[in-house]
Write a protein that binds this ligand. Structure first.
Ligand code: FDP
Length: 310
């Protein structure tokens, strides 16, 4: 309830951003070194307020806060939430879709929560989801073992309406789409260069289409509904990729697997790793991301074998 309330308030802020003069920079740099936008700051306050006061949470990790937030004892509950309040924020000022991403765990510590309650493998996630602020506001959420569900915000009611139960990626992998920032290709390893090359040159067959919004929520949402693959791989310059484990990689990998897809890091720290198996050591750690339909994720992993890299 707290998460969906915060999503509604963030949706309203995004819709009114132009009128309420919420476009532009807030003048600060966040925990991950990005310039904070006014909407980053506002949405972060919305999520922290909702999650701190709902009585359900013990620790919060936000992309916008360098340190974990420990909920005061009198308001503390048993859940731990990692979130990126407004992902894709470089798209805010040109009115392109952004989103919130979150993952929920149950704390292990018997008494007061500690940071170890959040530095865990993605296999411990109980609930993960994202909310996309696009042409419509859509909340996609999965409670472990209960499938992926889509809800669209009806602005006239102010409520999320359940529009699809047990969402699954299209049978066989769906549309042939790859989604990545190809501007980084010079620094990719041979396997990523190789598979993207094969998708573009299919010896007479129609090539894969390239689609990249540059907002992870939108690119993942399209991948779940249409098929294909989304990649932000490691490269020679960024050995851990760009995306954050706790509030980007893990929740999206969890949802993708629950929807019948696959989620890998590709080659990471010298081996191929399933994304949800990694264990972060710090709260803002990054990891490479290769997520989407099994057909395409497996083709990426196979390419590492073909190139003799694993
Ligand atoms: P942004 O920097 O605009 O916040 O990690 C955040 C993210 O956006 C993702 O939402 C998006 O997929 C990715 O970064 C875009 O990165 P590039 O600009 O390097 O392609």
């Amino acid at each position: 309830m707290a998460l969906q309330l915060a999503c509604k308030a963030t949706s309203r802020a995004c819709n009114k951003a132009g009128i309420a003069m919420l476009f532009g920079l807030a003048g600060e740099v966040n925990s991950t070194g990005d310039d904070q936008k006014k909407l980053d700051v506002l949405s972060n306050e919305i999520f922290i307020d909702a999650l701190t006061n709902c009585g359900a949470c013990a620790v919060l990790v936000s992309e916008e806060n360098e340190d974990p937030i420990f909920v005061p004892e009198d308001k503390a509950g048993r859940f731990v939430v990692a979130f990126d309040p407004l992902d894709g924020s470089s798209n805010i000022d040109c009115n392109v879709s952004t989103g919130t991403i979150f993952a929920v765990y149950e704390k292990k510590s018997e008494k007061n929560a500690t940071v170890s309650d959040i530095l865990r493998t993605g296999n411990d996630i109980l609930v993960a989801g994202y909310c996309m602020y696009g042409a419509a506001t859509e909340l996609v959420i999965s409670f472990k073992g209960h499938g992926v569900h889509r809800f669209t915000l009806d602005p006239s009611l102010g409520e999320f309406v359940h529009i699809q139960a047990h969402v699954q990626l299209p049978e066989g992998g769906g549309k042939k789409i790859y989604s990545c920032n190809e501007g980084n290709s010079r620094n990719w390893d041979a396997a990523i260069k190789g598979i993207i090359g094969k998708w573009k040159d299919r010896h007479g067959d129609k090539p894969y289409a390239a689609r990249y919004v540059g907002s992870m929520v939108s690119d993942v949402h399209r991948t779940i509904l249409y098929g294909g693959v989304y990649l932000y791989p490691a490269d020679a310059k960024s050995k851990h990729g760009k995306l954050r484990v706790l509030y980007e990689g893990f929740p999206m990998a969890f949802i993708m697997e629950q929807a019948g897809g696959a989620a890998s890091c590709g080659m990471f720290k010298g081996k191929i790793q399933r994304l949800l198996d990694i264990v972060p050591e710090t709260i803002h750690e990054k990891c490479p991301v290769v997520i989407g339909c099994k057909r395409d994720v497996e083709a990426v992993l196979e390419e590492y074998k073909i190139q003799g890299l694993c």
